[in-house]
Ligand binder design. Sequence first.
Ligand SMILES: C[S@@+](CC[C@H](N)C(=O)[O-])C[C@H]1O[C@@H](n2cnc3c(N)ncnc32)[C@H](O)[C@@H]1O
Length: 268
Amino acid sequence: MTADPFESFKVAQRENWKSFAPLAMTTTPSAAKLVAFAGVRPGQNLLDAGCGTGVVAITARRAGARVTGLDLTPELLAVAKENAATAELDDITWKQGDVEDLPFRDGEFDVVLSQFAHIFAPRPEVAIGQMLRVLKPGGRIAFNTWPPELMIGRMFALTASYLPSPPDPKPAPPHQWGDPNIVLKRLGNAVRDVAFDRSMQITQALSPQHYRRMIEQSGGPVVRLLQSLKEDPARLAQFRREYDALVGQYFDGNVVRQDFLMTRATKV
Ligand SMILES: C[S@@+](CC[C@H](N)C(=O)[O-])C[C@H]1O[C@@H](n2cnc3c(N)ncnc32)[C@H](O)[C@@H]1O
């Protein structure tokens, strides 16, 4: 078995995502949109790749699917289990794992979903290869991602510009998954009937600064940035000014608007 060149990157990802749970309130409505967009039906065997606290997995289970949720971060899987128990669902399988190395058989699932998750795998071609491998021919893949030109995509780029350049090999930027042309290339001819749509996630906030404070506590990439700028208050203050100005462009009526791309395709 070859060593994973991104092993330490993934250790850092696990650390950075472990405080994400409070933000899952904001991804809960979009989870329902993804499950509907994918056309999930009762009895389907479904994988939620990068399930976090289980928002997609639990929604799909409530729609009648047989569900497995996989995530890199054990702390989030623990919350997912609690969420499933609260919903009185005891038959979802939860697994810790890496979307770049899925612990499932070829063609095991009728549906593979990912909401704002597989985009954080450093090698997009490996992640999508795995997601398609475990999907059966004729099965459905669908995911929600952040367009580079809109708020979260711009926030990713801003955050990355304040972080030290990662060592080689470099992870692919997550916002590339929000560009339909790149998505089409990555899906290639392994799929047919590709469909795109857009939808909106809204987050309540009293000011751009309130929104930032929430992201600083729970949003993986920004959590990491805060660690890295601990000893550089001037640069941190500069980042915060730029961040607040960016959020301000999408803040109206005490909500922050985050538009996202939805992709759906059928495996050939
Ligand atoms: C923004 S959260 C989204 C969680 C959930 N899907 C939702 O919509 O609330 C990103 C998730 O991706 C997971 N993740 C990051 N890299 C991963 C990888 N290589 N394999 C599996 N999960 C990963 C994180 O642990 C985190 O739960």
